[in-house]
Structure formats: C-alpha cells, structure tokens
Design a protein around this ligand. Structure first.
Ligand code: MN
Length: 253
C-alpha cells in the first residue's frame, strides 16, 4: 500500500449475454465473480466496463482507470485478423471484440498495465497485429486437448515458462500445472510481444510485452486456480494490481 493513495481502479471487461430478467430475457453485461474476488484480494478496486457500440469512449475509460483486465469469454471475430470464419468457429460478439481492442490499445498508449485472461490473451495478440487459431481441434496439432474434461476446476496440463520473462519473475520458471478451457489459441504472435509460456504440445499459453510496461496474457484461468488456493495464480493478480498502483502513483506526481 502506498501511503495516502486510494486503491488502484481496475477496469474489467464484460460479456453480454441473454439473461432472464423478471418476465423476459434481457441483454445483460456479466462478469464472473472470481475475477472480482482476486482483484479485491490483491488490493484493487474493480469496475465493470460494459461493451459499448462505439469504441471511441475506450480512450475516456483509460483516462480514469489504473489497470485493464481483459476477461474470458466467447470466440473472437476472425474479421479482426482478416480471415473468413472457419466452420468450427463458435459464438462471436463483434461489438465486444472491437471495444476491447480499442481498450487494449488505449491502455498501451498510456502505459497502463494490462492483464489478459483466456480470451483476453487472444484479444491482446490481435490488438498487436497477431492472429489466432479459430478452431484449435481442426487447425492445430494439440493432442493434449485444451477444453478440459475433469470434474471440477483442477489443473489439466503443464506449461513450460520461459526463463527471464515477466511471467518467470512473478511466478518462477518451474513447470506449472494449469487449467485449460479454451477453444482458440494464439497463432502468429503480434509485434512487440514475446511468448513467455508454452504447453507440452507446443501451444502458446502466455505472452507479454517486450518493453518495461506491464502487459501480460495467459491462456488459462488464474482467477479460478487462485480461488482454489494456487499461490502462483494469486501472485499474477498481485503483480498486476501492484503495477496499476505504481502507475497511479506516477501519474499523480
Ligand atoms: Mn491450454
């Protein structure tokens, strides 16, 4: 805690779903509770960002927050990386995609810490000019299977962490058993990003910015493993909120 400073304000992106409300279904902005819990546990103040039709206010949001967490969700619109839809693609929400990419770019331009989880790592990669497998099962050699079938939320596969990366500095470079709930994954890595973890079958499981700013994406769900008591997953949220607090302190000088 930096003396006299309020907790850093962390913007969390949301998923728009049809939800039963009173007598009929309504479009509703949703945010899984474990993200909220981990940001609060790490000392941040979470705020939900709805998916706006117009991407321009992304700039306004980033003028007012200290960190951006790109949360998990559905598949990403392949138009964003100039591909026609693959037959295996599932549900997409182009409005959310466009708004989140604008948020990611606005955050990067302001050196505001960004943490991408699952779909969030894919969004980050696309925001930096990379692309993704639209349908892992048919497009990639990934024999582990990355849509885990265990009962409960335990780990599903190991990742190898690249030494001398931000991820290694936060969580160490020992192999890490992580969960895996993804239908898509990073393919060509965007400019200015480096790979910081890969699965045993060679998929990119974490990326980060080359520069000094906090820019990190992981393909697994650390908010789920953190809730289950995994210390390394908690450290990811702690390092992100710490970076946001430092950014806020630097900006207030
Ligand atoms: Mn995986």
């Amino acid at each position: 805690m930096i003396e006299g400073m309020p907790p850093p304000l962390i913007a969390l992106t949301s998923r728009t779903v049809l939800l039963r409300a009173t007598s009929r279904d309504r479009l509703t902005e949703t945010l899984p509770r474990p993200y909220v819990d981990e940001i609060v546990r790490a000392g941040g103040l979470p705020v939900l960002v709805p998916n706006l039709d117009d991407a321009a206010p992304a700039e306004e949001f980033l003028e007012r927050v200290d960190g951006l967490l790109l949360t998990g969700g559905d598949d990403v619109d392949p138009a964003l990386f100039h591909e026609p839809p693959h037959p295996g693609i599932e549900k997409v929400d182009g409005r959310r995609d466009r708004f989140e990419i604008a948020l990611a770019r606005a955050a990067f331009d302001r050196a505001i810490p960004v943490f991408g989880v699952c779909r969030g790592i894919q969004l980050l990669n696309i925001a930096f000019g990379g692309d993704i497998y639209q349908d892992l099962v048919t497009q990639a050699e990934a024999p582990i299977g990355h849509a885990q079938r265990t009962i409960g939320d335990g780990p599903w596969h190991e990742v190898k962490i690249e030494p001398n990366t931000r991820l290694a500095a936060v969580a160490g470079d020992e192999p890490w058993s992580v969960n895996s709930y993804h239908h898509q994954a990073c393919r060509r890595i965007g400019k200015g990003l480096v790979v910081s973890a890969v699965s045993a079958d060679g998929l990119v499981e974490a990326i980060e910015g080359e520069g000094p700013g906090y820019l990190l994406g992981v393909q697994w769900h650390p908010e789920i493993s953190a809730a289950a008591g995994d210390d390394r997953s908690r450290r990811l949220f702690e390092s992100f909120v710490k970076a946001a607090r430092e950014r806020a302190a630097a900006a207030s000088k």
